[in-house]
Design a protein around this ligand. Sequence first.
Ligand code: SF4
Length: 235
Amino acid sequence: MDLVVNEIFGPTVQGEGRSLGRRCAFLRLGGCNLSCSWCDTPYTWDWTGAGDSGVAHDPRKELHRRSVEDVLAELVEFDTDLIVISGGEPLGQQERLIPLVTALVGRGKEIEIETNGTHAAHPELVAAGVRFNVSPKLSHSGDTRKRRIVPAALTSLSAVSGSTFKFVCRNTRDLDEVAELVSEFGLRSVWIMPIGRTADDVTKHMTELADAVVERGWNLTTRLHTLLWDDKRAV
Ligand code: SF4
């Protein structure tokens, strides 16, 4: 079955989290089950202008049905060891991702899937060795807790070896909310990432967060792509 793709691009570098700076190719899938006000990829889901930008994107321009064979051929062409599958929310299409991930792993690729943590991962993706970069959303996203925190999904993703949990934070007060989730769901490998759509914003929030993050025993990541290219789209 076809995948609903927003964009494919590379070679580039992973801008966030555990693989920050690694050369990679990106597959960005369309659609998301959340609607975070500050979302940096509203063009994958916001067809009504619900987000902070107020821009209603056009699904006819942004979403493309592509066969697995097609997507595979384009990704392999970038000749990167790492493939990052992002969104939108890629686990919304996870059954359709299985043949693609299987083929990529068969070609020696490492796969990271970036998810908002509201879907439990399919056992075949786990068995294929996919690493999940889980980014549960805090209350400042504007999504209700019921939509953004799905206990069964978080518990299941936390049980997958190699999962990391990355939280977008504005200031040290947000860290208390992270701590509650970490404790409630027994999350390990916690990363804090500053909010920000410009290099100045990212640096400002990261400077405010850094000491407190280290003190709590967590990891800190910047948004390298934003520092380098601000909010520019890759394609
Ligand atoms: S979960 Fe991610 S893609 Fe979806 S609306 Fe929130 S920030 Fe955007």
